[in-house]
Design a protein around this ligand. Structure first.
Ligand SMILES: [Zn+2]
Length: 105
């Protein structure tokens, strides 16, 4: 993962912006997921080394990227997990997460 990120950071002429979903490090202490904290620090160091911008924040998955309301599960295919908002938006969970990572609070 680190080598792939390093390759991406080297290949761009623009300032890279990396948004990482913030994890509750206290909740992970002593668990198998504790390694995630180490990876997070590695990613931050790598991004800063390449003069990028590193942002850590809680990214909402279930909130509509258009109006901000909570969405409901709508359906599932082999590749997509769809959510629907009362404003009419139907969106894949991962796409909504990506929008919220960039545009969300
Ligand atoms: Zn909406």
């Amino acid at each position: 993962m680190k080598e792939r990120l390093r390759r991406i950071l080297r290949s761009t002429n623009a300032t890279p912006v990396i948004v990482l979903d913030e994890i509750d490090s206290e909740g992970l202490r002593g668990s198998r997921l504790q390694k995630t904290i180490i990876v997070e620090k590695d990613v931050e160091n790598l991004v800063k080394f390449h003069n990028g911008i590193f942002i850590k924040k809680r990214i909402s998955r279930r909130y509509c990227p258009v109006c901000g309301k909570r969405m409901r599960k709508y359906g599932k295919t082999r590749r997509l997990e769809l959510y629907k908002c009362s404003c009419g938006v139907i969106i894949d969970k991962h796409v909504a997460t990506s929008y919220n990572a960039i545009l969300g609070p």
